[in-house]
Design a protein around this ligand. Structure first.
Ligand code: HEM
Length: 474
């Protein structure tokens, strides 16, 4: 199928796939969308199916459709949208008709990931400079130092729980760079545990229940959040001892936040004390698990694809020493491995929104308040956009694929104005982790390379716990 044909899939109504339910002819009506499947739609069946294997469940539900209503216990009717044109509408051109869900507001309160409207715009503008290209490049030495500190402890001939290691690593990196405070390698247990617990708000065992039910996972989340808010206070106090006169000279998040507070810029409430704390908790939540999953799956993909691994090793072996900021543009193979990892195993496989008003899409109504989920995993594995989508093939990015892809067909970081603020940071960290570790170690996959990947779909996609890799010195 030619690239241009694929682009037309939804634009001119000639799609081979479509929505469920009754066609409305010209697509201008606002009929309710029939639930999936229209005859057997008990929410319990779907909820259990999705909890057991969310990816398999979606593959079945969305095999022939880009727009499906699935009844789930908890969120109720969830409108699943799995086409780049729908992503464009929800994230960009029609974004005012959608908002973040209550989950985010309750969990992250005034943090960037949760706020809306003018408060979001002000926060985003304030925080953006910290993630600009040059600023992120300033973090590279600190990142490499943290990566080496961790991987040097790996004993060749033993096995490591790779996801647990990359999880600690991404936290080490966040603290040492954005927060300006190095975590103790064998200490700071409380902070490390609290950071892990932030993911528990969205535990699959809790989401069918109303927010006020204090499930064990939600209690863990609340404890973690309390602990991290007090860590944030300590960090803010420490940064306040020597604030820069000018916020634009701030080198890390904490110094920036303190400089804003001192300069009075935070006084209008957009960055009040509480919101400053919320930013710290938000960055840990949004930047920790996502990046660590990406790094873990990149190593899994390398370990199970020997030809790719060989090219990758040849590239990183050609470096003079551990990678530096100057090397980043000279690592095209590593770059493509990261890009393809984020396509094949997108850590954020669902981008959730809620309809802020009644919305009509392709002639079907999404009622106000209904959960609307963008299924990134479906689009990233859609053969209309990617040949042989289940195959990990970084070389696909060495072609003109990027130019041929419709906008939003590659969306590991979302899209539109709320696109991930930390994407450069994450990409640089992932490349440095691959290059630094890959020069010194081979992480060998002891399982069957043809079996299903050890992928677990929770709030983010994660590597199954206790997935071990053998460490070999190169
Ligand atoms: C591979 C790693 C990462 C992935 C896959 C990822 C993915 C995403 C996605 C899909 C969104 C959009 C969510 C939406 O529209 O609802 C997002 C937003 C966000 N991300 Fe990331 N992210 C990653 C790393 C990071 C890092 C390292 C940080 C910070 C240190 C970060 C901070 C944020 C924040 C604060 C937002 C909210 C932005 C806003 O609403 O304006 N992320 N991320």
């Amino acid at each position: 199928m030619a690239g241009d044909d694929r682009r037309d899939v939804r634009g001119d109504g000639s799609s081979e796939r479509g929505v469920t339910g009754q066609p409305t002819g010209d697509g201008t009506g606002d009929a309710p969308l029939a639930p999936y499947p229209s005859t057997l739609g008990h929410p319990l069946t779907h909820t259990v199916g999705a909890m057991r294997d969310v990816f398999g469940f979606r593959n079945r539900a969305m095999a022939e459709r880009d727009f499906v209503r699935i009844k789930l216990l908890g969120p109720g009717d969830v409108y699943h949208l799995g086409h780049p044109d729908y992503f464009e509408r929800v994230l960009l051109s029609g974004r005012d008709a959608f908002r973040k869900s209550d989950d985010f507001r309750i969990a992250f309160e005034g943090g960037l990931v949760a706020v809306e409207g003018e408060a979001w715009r002000r926060q985003r503008e304030t925080l953006q400079p910290l993630f600009a290209r040059d600023r992120v490049l300033d973090y590279t030495d600190g990142m490499v130092e943290q990566i080496r500190r961790r991987c040097r402890r790996w004993e060749p001939g033993t096995r490591i729980d790779l996801a647990a290691e990359t999880s600690q690593l991404s936290l080490d990196v966040l603290f040492a760079t954005l927060f300006g405070r190095e975590l103790a390698f064998d200490g700071d247990r409380e902070i490390r545990t609290a950071a892990d617990h932030l993911q528990h708000w969205f535990a699959p065992t809790s989401y069918p229940l109303p927010h006020w039910v204090p499930t064990p996972a939600r209690r863990r989340f609340r404890r973690g959040k309390r602990r991290l808010r007090s860590v944030a206070d300590d960090l803010l106090d420490a940064a306040a001892e020597d604030p820069p006169a000018d916020p634009s000279a701030a080198e890390d998040l904490l110094t920036l936040l303190v400089a804003l507070r001192e300069s009075g810029a935070a006084a209008d409430g957009a960055l009040s004390d509480d919101r400053l704390r919320d930013q710290v908790v938000t960055m840990i939540f949004a930047g920790h698990d996502t990046t660590s999953t990406a790094i873990a799956f990149a190593f899994y993909a390398l370990a199970t694809n020997p030809a790719v691994r060989e090219r990758f090793h040849a590239e990183v072996d050609a470096l003079d020493g551990p990678p530096t900021a100057d090397d980043l543009d000279a690592l095209p193979v590593t770059d493509r491995v990261v890009t393809e990892t984020l396509r094949r195993y997108p850590p954020v496989y669902t981008i959730p929104r809620e309809a802020a008003t009644d919305v009509t899409i392709d002639g079907y109504r999404i009622p106000e308040g209904a959960a609307t989920w963008l299924t990134v995993d479906q689009v990233h594995h859609d053969p209309r956009f990617y040949d042989d989508p289940a195959t990990f093939r970084p070389a696909r990015w060495a072609t003109d694929l990027r130019e041929r892809l419709p906008d939003f067909a590659y969306a590991p970081f979302g899209g539109g104005p709320r696109r991930c603020i930390g994407r450069r940071f994450a990409l640089v960290e992932a490349k440095l982790a691959l290059a630094t570790i890959g020069r010194e170690y081979d992480l060998v996959w002891p399982g069957n390379p043809d079996a299903d990947p050890p992928l677990l779909g929770e709030m983010t996609a994660r590597m199954e716990p206790d997935t071990e890799f053998a460490v070999e010195r190169r």
